[in-house]
Write a protein that binds this ligand. Structure first.
Ligand code: SF4
Ligand code: SF4
Length: 355
């Protein structure tokens, strides 16, 4: 009997709507996205070994990665903020700041910690987003599409099975709400946290590992990281070789800071962007398995308030570190908070996976 052929299965489409309207150009002196251990697939490994046989490979869980230098240092191939293996760099590096979540569909989103992205598209809950094709991401999307083979159907079916299991479990408890219904109900609500919704999520201690700290670009040669310090949050400048230099300390607000009108519009648009990300709702569903109360709508709103609180706390600390009192936050402060938050939250586990 003939084996069924998989060669004619269609390659799934990527939903790129969440890339629209974001201008992007990489900043030459940044290097933020190279303070990481990028994942490697087999093709990446082969290409990399051809130009750099000495490449050090690490295992993170079940993933093969390119090892970073110890103590929060950059990828082993970052040399004076340039990639020493540029032509053979692995897929996550070719595609950043685009990231694709595999769930019920393939959805592309942008990692807003990247300072090369302009955030105008977030304002007014995304209604200002241009419907024009995302031309600033041509090379990133070309790399994504090159990796899209019919084999991606397997993680997609696995993700769908996991989703159904979670949905059934929550339905039995009367707590399940379909994703589109969650979006419909919350799309009408004010997503920015009210004073009673504000709570501080402290960054980790530096002693727990510099690679665990939230990082952001601040125009310095090395990225900045925020850590819990004595009496406040400490800003550390990370070195590509590993280690960090303390730059300053600031106290995060213990209650909701006030926002000017532009700052509120940007935060509202940012939280709307989270609601549109499939990976976010998948992370909320997964986390709900370990609680026994509340519906998906309640849990989603709680998480949006937590993200909003983190943005405001980190934006306020960054503002104070620049010498501003930080009592009333401006659009620039909220933007600084978004940059220092987005990657952190995107890293949370979901019932799906990343391409
Ligand atoms: S974080 Fe963005 S701006 Fe910075 S190096 Fe990476 S792609 Fe370029
Ligand atoms: S391989 Fe190159 S682009 Fe990728 S993280 Fe390392 S230095 Fe950066």
């Amino acid at each position: 009997m003939e084996r069924p052929s998989h060669t004619h299965r269609p390659v799934p489409e990527i939903d790129v709507a969440l890339l629209s309207g974001f201008g992007f150009s990489c900043l030459p002196d940044c290097g933020l996205c190279c303070f990481t251990s990028p994942r490697l697939d087999r093709d990446d490994e082969t290409r990399l070994h051809a130009v750099a046989p000495q490449a050090r490979i690490a295992l993170e869980g079940r993933e093969t990665c390119l090892a970073a230098r110890p103590e929060g240092g950059a990828c082993q191939f970052l040399d004076h903020l340039r990639c020493a293996v540029h032509a053979a760099r692995p897929a996550p590096c070719r595609e950043f700041p685009v990231s694709v979540h595999i769930g019920t569909r393939l959805q592309a989103t942008v990692v807003l910690s990247c300072p090369g992205l302009r955030l105008n598209a977030l304002v007014s809950n995304g209604s200002a987003r241009s419907p024009a094709p995302p031309s600033d991401f041509e090379s990133e999307l070309a790399s994504v599409r090159q990796r899209l083979t019919p084999a991606v159907e397997r993680p997609r079916s696995e993700a769908e099975r996991r989703r159904r299991r979670i949905a059934r479990g929550l339905e039995d408890q009367g707590r399940w709400v379909e994703e589109e219904e969650v979006r419909r109900r919350l799309g009408k609500r004010r997503l920015v946290p009210a004073p009673e919704d504000y709570h501080l999520e402290e960054p980790p201690l530096a002693e727990e590992g510099l690679e665990r700290l939230p990082i952001y670009y601040d125009g310095r040669p090395g990225p900045m990281a925020l850590a819990q310090g004595l009496g406040g949050w400490e800003a550390l400048e990370l070195s590509a070789e590993g280690g960090a230099r303390p730059i300053g300390i600031a106290v995060p607000p213990d209650r909701l800071p006030t926002l000017d009108e532009d700052a509120e519009a940007l935060l509202s648009g940012y939280l709307g962007y989270w609601l549109a990300r499939d990976g976010f709702l998948a992370a909320v569903h997964l986390a709900m398995l370990s609680t026994t109360e509340g519906t998906v709508v309640d849990a989603t709103l709680d998480d949006l308030h937590a993200i909003g609180s983190t943005v405001l706390a980190r934006g306020s600390v960054r503002s104070k570190l620049r010498g501003n009192p930080g009592a009333r936050l401006t659009r620039a402060d909220v933007e600084a908070g978004i940059r220092a938050t987005d990657q952190d939250w995107l890293d949370r586990p979901t019932w799906g996976s990343r391409l």
